[in-house]
Design a protein around this ligand. Structure first.
Ligand code: AMP
Ligand code: MG
Length: 353
């Protein structure tokens, strides 16, 4: 069974080919360089860039997989097409879904519209060494989502916790802006934190009931602490604070913020695990799961328990199409039916389907 995966939910254009769960190719073209000078993604520019990149990226995926006939992409070899459906930036999603839909109609292939968060979870199956064992809990931590999801088996998702305001990745990005660190914020904060003292500044943990999260207060707590450290009041423009900070202070703020965010995530996870004692594996997913300090501290936090901890390979933490094809592979194995390409609807949905 050969699946072509296509991903364009934000600022990465990606295509991948997967044969019976084994990766044949994985092509990702990132728009990071375009958006560095703006300090963030501009949706309209992202959509135009996807439009330019998507067909060459798909061709490259065929080349890298060695699926060529007379030097051209060999469409006869493809059994299914899978595409990121939602959530994401509307214009970006449109390019991927309309391309996939057109190809499915032209090449007469069954089409699967895959939820983006489901794909992030399935990035953990791309590591062929050891597949996660069910039942499991997945922590999805990305730029737009922070969710704890219980999975009793493949393709069954129960959201048991979610953020009530900002996502943790968004919080990393906003703290990076306050500290004057470059886009994308998460990796910049992680890099700056390496030389910082994580005990230097103390930030409160929000008291949110149950398994839900709140990250907007942490961002504001960092802002207030930076203002205090710089000796300015709360009316001082936040984008000018960076000019008043030393490199050492920036590193200490990065490390202290990062440690607090990780502690909040790990505390909620241990709460979720107490409520679901049957869980065998803890699976991390989404862009923030690339964070090396999170990986290190999660290992220490859960050391001594029988729980297995699974992170995606760092190259699969960010947006890619291999995870889309893998999620589709398990949809097919779970007997999910393809969609009618003519009725593809990309209206946003936040719940996993
Ligand atoms: P996603 O929404 O899953 O594509 O992931 C993007 C989010 O992950 C952004 O908010 C990034 O800042 C964040 N991110 C990426 N790498 C890291 C990292 N090493 N540490 C913390 N956050 C990260
Ligand atoms: Mg993503």
């Amino acid at each position: 069974m050969i699946i072509l995966g296509i991903e364009s939910s934000c600022d990465e254009t990606a295509a991948s080919i997967l044969e019976d769960g084994k990766l044949l190719s994985n092509v990702v073209v990132s728009q990071i360089d375009i958006f560095k000078s703006y300090g963030g993604v501009i949706p309209e520019v992202a959509a135009r860039s996807h439009l330019e990149a998507i067909l060459p990226v798909i061709d490259k995926a065929f080349q890298d997989a060695n699926l060529l006939k007379d030097g051209e992409s060999d469409w006869d070899k493809i059994d299914y097409i899978a595409v990121t459906h939602t959530p994401g930036l509307l214009g970006s999603l449109l390019i991927g879904t309309l391309t996939a839909r057109t190809l499915a109609i032209l090449r007469n292939k069954p089409l699967y519209a895959v939820h983006h968060l489901k794909s992030h979870i399935y990035s953990n199956w791309l590591d062929t060494n050891e597949a996660p064992v069910f039942p499991l809990i997945s922590l999805v931590i990305s730029g737009g989502h922070t969710q704890i999801i219980y999975m009793p088996e493949h393709n069954h998702f129960e959201i048991i916790g979610t953020t009530l305001d900002d996502a943790v990745g968004e919080c990393f990005d906003k703290v990076a802006k306050i500290l004057g660190l470059p886009y994308p914020g998460g990796p910049s904060v992680a890099q700056s934190a390496k030389s910082g003292n994580s005990e230097k500044y103390r930030f409160p943990h929000p008291t949110v009931e149950g398994l839900n999260f709140s990250f907007s207060g942490l961002k504001t707590a960092v802002l207030r602490a930076v203002q205090k450290e710089c000796g300015v009041d709360i009316s001082f423009p936040s984008h000018e604070l960076k000019n008043l900070l030393t490199k050492e202070q920036i590193s200490d703020f990065s490390a202290s913020f990062q440690k607090t965010a990780i502690d909040i995530l790990l505390e909620k996870l241990s709460h979720a695990l107490r409520e679901h004692p049957d869980v065998k594996t803890l699976v991390f997913a989404g862009g923030v799961s690339a964070n090396a300090e999170l990986r290190r501290l999660a290992g220490i936090f859960f050391a001594g328990s029988t729980l297995k901890i699974h992170f995606p390979e760092p190259k699969f933490s960010g947006d890619n199409a291999a995870m889309v094809a893998m999620a589709c592979y398990y949809e097919i194995k779970s007997d999910v039916k393809p969609i009618d390409p003519y009725s593809l609807d990309i209206s946003p949905r936040s719940e996993i389907i």
